[in-house]
Write a protein that binds this ligand. Sequence first.
Ligand SMILES: [Zn+2]
Length: 294
Amino acid sequence: MPNYDSPRKQKAAAEYKARIAEAKRKDREREEGGFSERVIAVRMPNWKDDEKRTLRIIPAREAMRFYLDNADDEDAVFDDEAYPVQEMCTHFKVGAKKGIIPCASFYNDEPCAVDDEIKELFASGDEDDAKYAKAMYGGHRFARFVLWRGNPKNEPNKVWAWEMSKTVDTDVIALYMDTKIKDLDMMWEGMDIDVTRNGMGQENTKYQVKDVREESYMVATEDGEFDYEAAEKIYANLPDIFEYNTPFMTYDEVKKVVNGMSVKEVMKERHNDEEAKPEAKEEKPKRGRGRGTK
Ligand SMILES: [Zn+2]
């Protein structure tokens, strides 16, 4: 185990309170909603053919906080369930502008305007309608937050969202099940993984997921010590994985995307509305639900 009483650690401890306050402030912002204020990890761009990326899975937010706070205690075990993975259900190609919409019925068990549209299209009995409905079906995918070693922007501590298919998720889980290696996302004894893409196109693309067979720190200083400062930075920018890709539009707003507007246009409209109505409460016809009407 490394020596945690380095000056670096003490410096990190001194800044600790300020960082916690900052993280809490960001949490509050997130809770208050608002599209533009949402802190969302940047989605990793798609792999090119034959491209290999070395990634490090970041632990779940609560687990990361716990282990940083208990770094001196080797026996400390975070015993809450906190898996650093989010299952997602997303509608692609919604409406004329091909909007990407998280499915409200999947996440919140609420009516989803895209699901309703799909039902209607199938009910029409028209072949083209059925084709369009199929294109909008919700696809199940998974997301993990990762560090991307040697990424093109040269940002070693940036939090990226790695979205993957069920097949790739299964491969990642297989590595977790492998008793020869420690859990991948452990900060001190975890392991990087190499993810290689081979082939292009929906049918031919394969991803190979391999552990690098060597334990390493999630972040290390030039001297090879655990980098607390970097870890705190990552923590401050780490959203709750369960918030990733969750619905942010009301039923009526999604309906507008179904009917041809882009997601951007709808969100712009929301913000214009919010600015335009100071205190005059307009009686709006109550259709749908959500935070749009206050
Ligand atoms: Zn849906």
